[in-house]
Design a protein around this ligand. Sequence first.
Ligand code: FAD
Length: 491
Amino acid sequence: MSKQVTIIGSGFSGLSAACYLAREGFGVTVLEKHDRVGGRARQFEAQGFAFDMGPSWYWMPDIFESFFADFGKKVSDYYELERLSPSYRVFYPDGPVDIPSDMNELYALFERMEKGSAEKLRQFLKEAEYKYEVGMHDLVYRPGISIMEFMDARFLKGLFKLDVLTSMSKHIRRFFSNPRLIQLLEFPVLFLGALPQNTPALYSLMNYADMVGGTWYPKGGMVKIVEAMHQLAMELGVKFIFNADVSKISVENKKATVLKTDIDHNGFDALVSSADYRHTDKVLLDPAYSNYSDSYWESRKMAPSSLIFYLGVNKKIDGLLHHNLFFDEDFDAHAKEIYSTPQWPAKPLFYVSCPSKTDPLTAPEGKENLFILIPIAPNLEDDKATNDHYFDLVIKRIERFTGVPFKEEVIYRRDFATRDFITEYNSFKGNAYGLANTLSQTAILKPALKNKNVKNLFYTGQLTVPGPGVPPSLISGKLVAEQVKAYLSVH
Ligand SMILES: Cc1cc2nc3c(=O)[nH]c(=O)nc-3n(C[C@H](O)[C@H](O)[C@H](O)COP(=O)(O)OP(=O)(O)OC[C@H]3O[C@@H](n4cnc5c(N)ncnc54)[C@H](O)[C@@H]3O)c2cc1C
């Protein structure tokens, strides 16, 4: 009989690990606490609206393509991708600016906003292309187990060009001085969960992904990626057990042996947890087997949490695009309230996704599907009154900028905030997307893929290498599968 691997969780990283391990001929079983796959990227339906619960930006299409290519498949075998044009709309205090998908139009936009900046953007993106090539096609595939992984000629020779020791903030200001252009280039860093001042300039690779790689949309929603991976996993023979909430990992002779759910699950040779790393480490395992101490976890810088509103609106809202960034308030003040002095923000920036602008499958005819996200500090107490306050605040601002009153036309509303991240995903401090990508939490300095006290226990997902986001989660599943394969080849 083939060796058996059990995976806790069926988000992107768990699904990816399942596919790679099944491809190697292992018998793979996935235990998922929810009634369906997808984790943070599940979709739910209500009153004819289909809401993607988490990710909405499809960036780095090459990473998705290379995931499916590893199984002899193509993205187009599973879902239909469309490049959005314009890519997105930014609302500044004096009105909206559309970010074009066409590079010539983008250079012209920069030039209009700051004289001489088109040429500077060319140079900035040329450097960013190198970082994308090395970062996303090489560095992210290194498992971060030993510093020796980074002692090769390509990395060392390129270290200077990769800008690992400069901050995004300084790097961008070397090229541009217009505050709006700076804000535009700093925005993708928000995905990485840290201030531009604390994020290595290596991550201008995100600007390359944004401006050159483009913003894409899978018809039917981001859930189509989840469905594709689920289908692939089943084609490869992976078994799924839903509504299986693992409450304990038992260890005997330094090996994980039993998973406690409603019924005990055992008979596996290796175990991969794609659930929140800290939850696996500190809640599912007895303290003697944790990889990290309480003080280690308390000292980690978490990415923000979010207050999200899923809204069904009984009319169309002209003035919004598929992706909309409300940068009409002070970026630094909001950033301080997330990172330096954690508190509910006074005048938050926020993001609105309106997939019904592109995709009629997401809302009934004549209606609009809105996903509104306010980034907030992790671990804030949330309650109905607080949510209501922010609901009024964001609706007013959207109404003001679009000129379309719609508060009374909201026919469906669901709120999702810190405590939902905790109850739904066992998320540490209610973080939405893992650990902040600061230099001191990068590569070998991230929580490790392997448990050092339990020989057959491995971790994957947004809190370990390579980091948060959908493409890194796919890669994380591949990295952990390689570790498990190496372990099982000798045990
Ligand atoms: C609101 C939001 C917006 C985002 N936007 C983007 C975006 O636009 N683009 C992008 O690239 N990324 C985005 N991200 C980040 C991206 O979605 C995540 O990094 C990625 O989905 C994480 O995948 P994962 O497999 O690590 O974790 P998860 O998706 O959390 O999967 C973990 C799974 O484990 C299960 N689980 C947990 N505990 C247990 C247990 N005890 N027993 C059994 N099962 C358990 C959970 O139910 C879940 O299914 C966003 C994230 C959020 C939350």
